[in-house]
Design a protein around this ligand. Structure first.
Ligand code: NAD
Ligand code: UDP
Length: 340
């Protein structure tokens, strides 16, 4: 059993990681400023897990609060999810993204170093990759993110690579997520998006529940299996388990591990629409719209390094991704007051 600090642990992926960490017997402390999540998620985490993680409302940019936390509590490792993630917002407000994601991470690592905590798992993203030499992305492909959000992820990766170069005691895992979707199979926790919906799965879920009229499929003239865009969707529970696998791997070695967390296969938009229609038992209405600027036709992960280094691979398929999302969507619709 280890004692783990989870930043951003009330968020979508963080809350699922907290459940998996506690199921594996770890002691979990969540730090989050609640800018994109609610404390009540921990009540539902407690319902699933039978115990509630400790919590402190902390902004990771606040060195004073972090120093106080590290003086009062001891941790073996940090899993660092806290960050802003909306690509469009990052284009409109780059300084906010660099301050929150980059300066916030630097403040966190600085306070960890002072406290002698030198093990960290960081949420990076497939958006760090640049013009890809093939549609199956490998970790050694060139990086060249095209928006401030992606650049903030690559900057934090670079910071951690330099930190580990300067001090050989650091143990760092940089996990490049592909497209996280799905929800906990209990239907009690899932993604609770705020504001404009940009991503396919939450949009489709709201169309299926009748909150939105129809899905716009962005382009059907790509050189893909059916003309629509192809992505590597990964169930959030598989993703959460990838963090536990990374923690175990870091127990055995110092230095930096950089791995893709993806399924290693892609699904098209229409394949996702069909699977979701099956899951909710009714057709998801859609219309074909123009391509979305900036979208690649197709990409997915080469997950072989994650398997080799972490002993991890995805286990949950498209039916669980859609079925669990639908269960969560129904819970969210029936409990709108709790999420408001
Ligand atoms: P989320 O918004 O649901 O969770 C992030 C959490 O971090 C929220 O609870 C938010 O309140 C908190 N937070 C943000 N800034 C903070 C700060 N300065 N101090 C303390 N807490 C702060 O997002 P998520 O989807 O769970 O993503 C988690 C991480 O994974 C993020 O770093 C994100 O960039 C990364 N990521 C997400 C995706 C995705 O598609 N969801 C893909 C790749 C990478
Ligand atoms: N997509 C779509 N309609 C939507 C949202 C997304 O057709 O309302 C498509 C998008 O063009 C891409 C795929 O679904 O091919 C996944 O998009 P998402 O925004 O979820 O992830 P990303 O493009 O960031 O990988």
């Amino acid at each position: 059993m280890r004692r783990i600090l989870v930043t951003g642990g009330t968020g979508y992926i963080g809350s699922h990681a907290v459940v998996e960490l506690m199921a594996a017997g770890h002691d979990v402390f969540v730090a989050d400023n609640l800018c994109n999540s609610k404390l009540s998620v921990l009540d539902r985490v407690a319902r699933i897990s039978g115990r509630r993680p400790e919590f402190a409302q902390i902004d990771i940019r606040d060195r004073g609060a972090l120093r106080k936390l590290f003086a009062a509590q001891s941790f073996d490792a940090v899993i660092h999810f806290a960050g802003l993630k909306a690509v469009g917002e990052s284009v409109a407000k780059p300084l906010l993204y660099f301050d929150n994601n980059v300066s916030g991470s630097v403040a966190l690592f600085e306070c960890m170093q002072e406290a002698g905590i030198k093990t960290v798992v960081f949420s990076s993203s497939a958006t760090v990759y640049g013009e890809p030499p093939s549609v199956q992305f490998r970790e050694d492909f060139p990086t060249a993110p095209v928006n401030p959000y992606g650049r903030s992820k690559l900057m934090v990766e670079d910071v951690l690579r330099d930190v580990a170069k300067g001090d050989s005691e650091w143990r760092v895992a940089l996990l490049r997520y592909f497209n996280p979707v799905g929800a906990h199979p209990s239907g009690l926790i899932g993604e609770d998006p705020n504001g404009v919906l940009n991503n396919l799965m939450p949009y489709m879920a709201q169309v299926a529940s009748g909150k939105l009229k129809e899905l716009s499929v962005f382009g059907n003239d790509y050189p893909t299996i059916d003309g629509t865009g192809v992505r590597d969707y990964i169930h959030v529970v598989d993703l959460a388990r990838g963090h536990l696998a990374a923690l175990s791997a870091l127990g055995k070695q110092t230095g930096v591990l950089t791995v893709n967390l993806g399924a290693g296969r892609g699904y098209s938009v229409l394949e996702m629409v069909n699977a979701f229609s099956e899951a909710c038992g009714k057709p998801v209405p859609y219309r074909i719209a123009g391509r979305r600027p900036g979208d690649l036709a197709e990409y997915f992960a080469d997950p072989s390094l994650a398997h080799q280094l972490l002993g991890w691979r995805t286990q949950l398929g498209i039916d669980a991704m859609c079925g669990d999302t639908w269960r969560w969507q129904q819970w969210a619709a029936a409990n709108a007051a709790e999420l408001a």
